[in-house]
Unconditional design. Structure first.
Length: 222
């Protein structure tokens, strides 16, 4: 996947977030609520798709499984505790489905960020993780602020959201970090390749030495 295509994903995410910000102005209306959830799903989907191409060969580690289970549990609990409020706020089952889909994409995006950082362990992957968790923090804070009337959470929501935008722009436009990440990955792949090739050589040398030793002993006995 080329840099141009990857940047289109980031640009798409930015535009969807902008649409989400516009739609939130009418969040309490049916149309506003629908578009807010749709734009949020599309924004998170764009970020997931941007990284998914590079995560096909990821190895499942115990730490990744632990974090994934933790995120799934936290997300499920968050949706559960506002379940009663959803019944009063949403006007039809389609809104409820969109709400749960939104939560699922948010959770999948967080798992993607953890997997990406676990695989690459670069400055760029860390920035992606920061932008994802900034948006997740913003979403959770906005839910607590809106449904539980915790006004202080509105400040956390806005600060986290702005930080997410800053990290997203840095992630999408910092070509130097992208180049460094590619070089690090190539060095890692080359070192792993060299290591795998060195093992057969070492084995061959050991077998040659063993054969010579056996031959020498056999000759001495004769």
């Amino acid at each position: 996947m080329s840099s141009k295509k990857r940047n289109l994903f980031v640009l798409g995410a930015l535009l969807f977030f902008l649409g989400k910000d516009i739609a939130i102005q009418g969040y309490e209306t049916y149309v506003g609520n629908i578009f807010y959830l749709l734009f949020g799903i599309l924004a998170y989907g764009a970020l997931i798709a941007e990284r998914l191409q590079k995560l096909r060969t990821i190895k499942i580690s115990s730490s990744l499984i632990f974090v994934s289970v933790l995120l799934v549990s936290a997300n499920t609990y968050t949706l559960y505790i506002i379940l009663d409020m959803i019944d009063y706020s949403f006007q039809n089952p389609f809104q409820v489905i969109l709400f749960y889909t939104y939560g699922a994409f948010m959770m999948l995006m967080a798992i993607t960020a953890v997997a990406y950082n676990n695989l690459y362990n670069s400055t760029r992957s860390f920035i992606f993780t920061l932008l994802v968790f900034s948006f997740v923090t913003s979403d959770i804070s906005s839910l607590l602020a809106y449904y539980y009337k915790i006004d202080f959470c509105y400040y956390i929501d806005r600060i986290s959201y702005l930080l997410g935008f800053v990290f997203l722009v840095n992630y999408g436009l910092n070509y130097e970090l992208e180049r460094e990440e590619k070089e690090q990955l190539e060095l890692l792949e080359n070192s792993q390749s060299d290591t795998s090739l060195s093992h057969p050589k070492a084995s061959s040398i050991s077998e040659t030495k063993a054969s010579l030793l056996t031959y020498t002993r056999h000759k001495d006995e004769q």
